[in-house]
Design a binder for this molecule. Sequence first.
Ligand SMILES: Cc1cc2nc3c(=O)[nH]c(=O)nc-3n(C[C@H](O)[C@H](O)[C@H](O)COP(=O)(O)OP(=O)(O)OC[C@H]3O[C@@H](n4cnc5c(N)ncnc54)[C@H](O)[C@@H]3O)c2cc1C
Length: 369
Amino acid sequence: MRVGVVGVGGTGSAACRHLARMGHQVVGFEQFHMGHTHGSSHGTSRAIRYAYRDPFYTKWMRESFRLWAELEQDCGEKLYERTGILMMGDGQSEYLSQVAASLDVCDVEYDLLNASTAARRYPAMGFHPEEEVLFQPEGGFLRANHCLHQNIRLAREHGAEIRFNTPVTHIKQQPDDSVLLITPEGDEIFDKVIITAGPWIGIVLRQLNLPLVITRQQVAYLPVAANPQQFLPTQQPVWIDTSSLYYGFPYDGESEGIKIASDIRGDTVDPNFVNPEVDRDYVNKLTEYASVRFPDLSLNMIHSHVCLYTNAPREDFLLDTVPDASSISFVSGCSGHGFKFTILLGWLAAQLATGGEISGDISRFKLNS
Ligand SMILES: Cc1cc2nc3c(=O)[nH]c(=O)nc-3n(C[C@H](O)[C@H](O)[C@H](O)COP(=O)(O)OP(=O)(O)OC[C@H]3O[C@@H](n4cnc5c(N)ncnc54)[C@H](O)[C@@H]3O)c2cc1C
């Protein structure tokens, strides 16, 4: 089949590789250049974890972990750093109880620690005496930039054509069920088209009035002032404070400093008009938090970046075909937690588009679920 993929970010790059590997004739269209920083998938790290409150996502993570391991094997590069995931919550945390229940249902092991044990194990971090802590060893971070790069490289090796700086301006299913796709380079016809346009999906599929809200998120990097070895991935896990909604990473060996960010939704934006400068007020609050949580970090931010969340109702991803145009399918709504699933979503989208078998429940990803 000849398949067009609109948007070569996290999900689109995975879809292109899966499709090309299956033997389809693939063209991926990306409006910006390789490695651009306007969407949702740029940067050196994204958390990956089984630890979800909802067993639905914990279960799907098994398949996602398998597909990441397959990509690592295919490309010969280590993309997943297993540091474990540390989740903190205020005493009697309902959030942590829900995560523990979800892990129990899925037979995934974890440890519950009190604050003093956690402080002994993770000396870079400060813990409030009342805090509860959950540690799940099968998690850590993905080297996001490298994941995209390898998916694109391998897709091309399998015969896919990936066209950067090529925005798709029009997509229409024809009476014979083929799909017309228009770019500044001209018109093309495909058997199937998959739209993986991330924060731009509401613009590409304007007629569907998708229930998505795009928010501007901010990330800061703080330098280590003392005891740098305590911030290495071998010592320091990826962490999520489920009460304040700050989260962060160990030193990833690529970006200078330690990445910390807030998962609280930022301002609603149009993805074509985003202020790339991080807000002073955001940085002040983040450094105030960091001064308590990580006493050995310096509070002079080294660098920062802005990134977009595509928020769907209940934070469920969207994966479906366009009503009345079944040759066109789409994926989006990664809702701030989708990178770890991009390899899976790319696979599911490829299967959905080409009539392949899907074992597992994707009904919650349907538009009108
Ligand atoms: C600050 C931040 C932190 C995050 N942390 C995590 C985390 O720790 N763990 C996790 O699992 N997830 C995390 N996420 C979420 C995750 O990064 C996203 O869910 C995921 O990257 C979304 O991928 P995507 O393919 O949908 O979008 P993108 O990667 O943005 O890809 C969409 C692509 O489509 C292109 N495009 C759009 N319109 C067109 C068009 N008309 N023609 C051609 N190309 C087009 C865009 O240019 C873009 O490259 C985070 C997100 C942010 C912003």
